[in-house]
Ligand binder design. Sequence first.
Ligand code: T5A
Length: 211
Amino acid sequence: MSRGLFITLEGGEGAGKSTQARLLAQAIALRGIPVTLTREPGGTAGAEAIRKLLLDPAQQWTPRTDALLFAAARGEHVAKLIEPALGDGEWVVCDRYIDSSRAYQGGHGTLSDDDVMAMHVIGSEGLMPDLTFLLEAESEAVQARLLARDGNDSDRIGGRDASYHVRVAERFREIAASDPTRFVRVDASGSVEEVHARIMQAMAARLGEGG
Ligand code: T5A
């Protein structure tokens, strides 16, 4: 049995990753390919418990603890869900993965990209996706989406100021530029259906549908 394809979706808050991950997994399943849809932080009971700690606004983790907790959650997720599924020949569609840690925890402030990748090697044996979609949308469109969904509520990380998110978007672009074979940058503006169509266009070759 051949190993499954590991696909991740990345980008800032409200770019539409969860929506597009769900649609992509449905499209893959419709073609008769076994697929697991999952997310980070989370995906297993233990990693979901760590997610609660990470997104609790009452906690003030240091940047190092923060990065270690994300790496620990990922380690559980990879060992107990992602790796077994890929080994069984299933495709895995994951809403955020290591590139989120590189963009949010690494590359600026306390930890370098190398630090984050070193934690990834220890926590998850360095497992990298085969294909990563970076969803990029204008911040005005994203704000409107999040306001419509959440009102004024937001989690600890999503609640940070605009300049923080600009830096994160910049980091994502740098990371994508450093690995153009793995990354596909997707214009995430427009309707849900339009964005899905762009992703499916980029998936065509992988699905054996030409294009
Ligand atoms: N984090 C995560 C790290 O710091 N390091 C890490 O290693 C990891 C893994 C996760 C937080 O943790 C941080 C990053 C995050 O801050 P989360 O709640 O999972 O927290 O946050 P997000 O992943 O950003 O989830 P969001 O739900 O906020 O964003 P999505 O998934 O990009 O957007 P989605 O699909 O939920 O859509 C948001 C809203 O917009 C609508 C949807 O219906 C929804 O209401 N929508 C659209 N509306 C109009 N047009 C479209 N094209 C639309 N697409 C979606």
